[in-house]
Design a protein around this ligand. Structure first.
Ligand code: CAA
Length: 257
């Protein structure tokens, strides 16, 4: 049996997924997309899941896009099905009930950038290169980029990137809000550890509720979204986590969630 293109490493509910096709700079082919969806479908049912980090194998590339060799001979119908698989896979990633973070360790192009956009936020190594170069190949972003990119960085910059196909470096990606932080590649690992400690020390139910309030509220009008926040705030007062968190503060000790 061939090796899985998705490496899964776990520590106490913190799951690291590594897209592993290093000879093709981790380009997303059908096998990767189907396997990633299978892994995510398992994770989404787990109550003990705390966060998911996603990265690419090696030191050169996060994901260099959808697999161009696989796409080259597709008919329009086959292309629609291929992209539909990616849309379904990325939707599962986006709607995981816990924080999801892209650790962008190099090329983050086309479908790779779209994968990072399906995560809650991204951090990048200083050698990372971003872009939506699909127009250079005679197509448009097909894995959600035309919709998630403008929602993250605004329509003007999204149209700039999607119509010129130009590549940008990590610092420009930081400036336009595509990534939250930039660091030397050697520090990505330490960032992942720091994140695990930070989120691991917080109340698991409240972390999930915070994501749900922001994520679901963004698709609603303000009044409905504020009602959602109100319901989730009240939800946090059931189940014991809030009692422990607030008692720990009053008793000047660390909470034990
Ligand atoms: N699909 C398939 N194979 C890819 C690939 C991709 N997206 N990107 C890189 N590879 C393969 C190369 O073909 C090459 O394979 P061989 O060794 O067998 O020739 C190997 O990975 C290494 O790549 P390069 O030799 O090109 O490495 P480089 O350092 O010279 O260049 C690069 C790196 C700038 C990322 C270059 O590989 C490149 O431009 N890749 C394509 C990027 C791209 O256009 N991505 C968008 C794809 S379309 C898309 O994603 C559509 C969508 O939204 C659905």
């Amino acid at each position: 049996m061939s090796e899985s293109p998705i490496e899964v490493v776990e520590n106490a509910g913190f799951v690291r997924l590594t897209i592993s096709r290093p000879k093709a700079l981790n380009a997303l082919n059908s096998d990767v997309l189907v396997e990633l969806e299978r892994v995510l479908a398992e994770l989404e049912t787990r109550d003990d899941l705390r966060a998911v980090l996603i990265t690419g194998a090696g030191e050169k590339s996060f994901v260099a896009g959808a697999d161009i060799a696989e796409m080259r001979d597709k008919t329009p119908e086959e292309a629609r099905d291929f992209a539909r698989q990616a849309l379904d896979t990325f939707k599962r990633l986006e709607t995981l009930p816990v924080p999801t973070v892209a650790l962008v360790n190099g090329f983050c192009l086309g479908g790779g950038c779209e994968l990072a956009l399906a995560c809650d936020w991204a951090v990048a190594s200083d050698n990372a290169v971003f872009g939506q170069p699909e127009v250079l190949l005679g197509v448009i972003p097909g894995f959600g980029g035309t919709q998630r990119l403008p929602r993250r960085i605004g329509p003007a910059m999204a149209i700039d990137l999607c119509t010129t196909g130009r590549k940008i470096d990590a610092n420009e990606a930081l400036r336009i809000g595509l990534v939250n932080r930039v660091m030397p590649q050697a520090e990505l690992e330490a960032y992942a550890d720091e994140l695990t400690k930070q989120i691991g020390g917080n109340g698991p139910r409240s972390v999930r509720a915070a994501k749900q309030a922001i994520h679901d509220g963004m698709d609603q009008d303000l009044d409905s979204a504020l009602a959602l926040e109100n319901a989730l705030f009240a939800f946090c007062f059931a189940g014991g986590e809030q009692t422990e968190g607030m008692s720990a503060f009053v008793e000047k000790r660390n909470p034990n969630f």
